[in-house]
Write a new protein. Structure first.
Length: 288
């Protein structure tokens, strides 16, 4: 017990012993500054200063913009902008999903991946195939007259008044027709031969619903027009329009090429569809 008391007494004495800190002029040994200190006072003073330093640092980080320079923190404005952008991105993603699903539903039919013999309107039921011979073999005059009557029945504007809305198709390419429309051989298009890189034009006003690559028919672009008409352009060299673009009649949308496995040289494979049925383009378009 005596030894322990002695040790405690020595420790207390070391902590409370007074020391003098003197600052002297090295040349003259003149005393400039002196301070009485003890080990205990040094520990207490160091603790107080450390606490004050931590308190001041916490205050600056919490209540001043300096915290934005610390990794892991971000400004309030940046968080607000990030939230708005996230909401806009989510909205755009939903719209893109809807457009993607619509395009993917049409793509197998319009790009030729599903053969024409399996198509009835837009349904894949081979036992219900119906081909309108009158539509396939109609003359130009009959087709124009039929379109006029159908437009009156489908789009009446006023009583005893006829609709003046019409659609006129123009030749997408100037060239020689190397293969005509033939429903018996399932060639539901016309092939137009022309020089490579010649301009391919939109046959009428419309919206691009597909613009991309397929293995058999190469670069393909598809337009949707008024009155549920759809025009298809295959074996193109370069595609100049993207999905969702609106094009005017006669506007250049691609160039003549020879892409895809089924091509035989530079030419345009041109299809025209009406309400899910293939139409002979020669009946509605003057290619001369």
């Amino acid at each position: 017990m005596k030894k322990q008391n002695k040790k405690k007494g020595k420790l207390k004495q070391k902590l409370t012993d007074k020391y003098r800190l003197v600052v002297l002029n090295e040349d003259t040994f003149e005393e400039r500054f002196s301070l009485k200190l003890s080990v205990l006072n040094i520990f207490v003073l160091g603790g107080v200063l450390s606490f004050l330093l931590i308190l001041i640092t916490t205050f600056f980080i919490t209540f001043t913009p300096i915290k934005e320079f610390i990794p892991g923190y971000s400004s309030t404005d940046l968080k607000i902008k990030a939230t708005k952008l996230a909401l806009k991105t989510d909205s755009l993603k939903k719209k893109l999903d809807i457009l993607h699903n619509y395009t993917m539903a049409l793509q197998p039919i319009l790009t030729g991946e599903i053969k024409a013999k399996f198509i009835d309107s837009i349904q894949l039921e081979s036992e219900r195939i119906v081909i309108k011979d009158s539509l396939l073999n109609a003359s130009r005059e009959d087709s124009i007259f039929r379109e006029k009557i159908e437009s009156k029945d489908r789009f009446p504007i006023q009583n005893n008044a006829s609709s003046n809305v019409k659609i006129v198709f123009f030749a997408p390419l100037n060239g020689i027709i190397s293969q005509d429309f033939d429903s018996k051989t399932k060639h539901l298009a016309v092939d137009i031969v022309a020089k490579k890189n010649a301009p391919v034009k939109a046959t009428a006003d419309g919206t691009v619903i597909f613009s991309g690559w397929t293995t058999e028919t190469g670069n393909v672009i598809i337009l949707k027009h008024a009155y549920n008409y759809i025009s298809v352009y295959k074996h193109n060299g370069n595609l100049l329009k993207q999905q969702g673009d609106f094009v005017k009649s006669g506007e250049v949308i691609a160039s003549v090429g020879s892409t895809g496995e089924l091509t035989t040289g530079p030419h345009l494979h041109f299809e025209l569809w009406s309400d899910g049925y293939a139409v002979n383009p020669i009946n509605l378009i003057d290619f001369k």
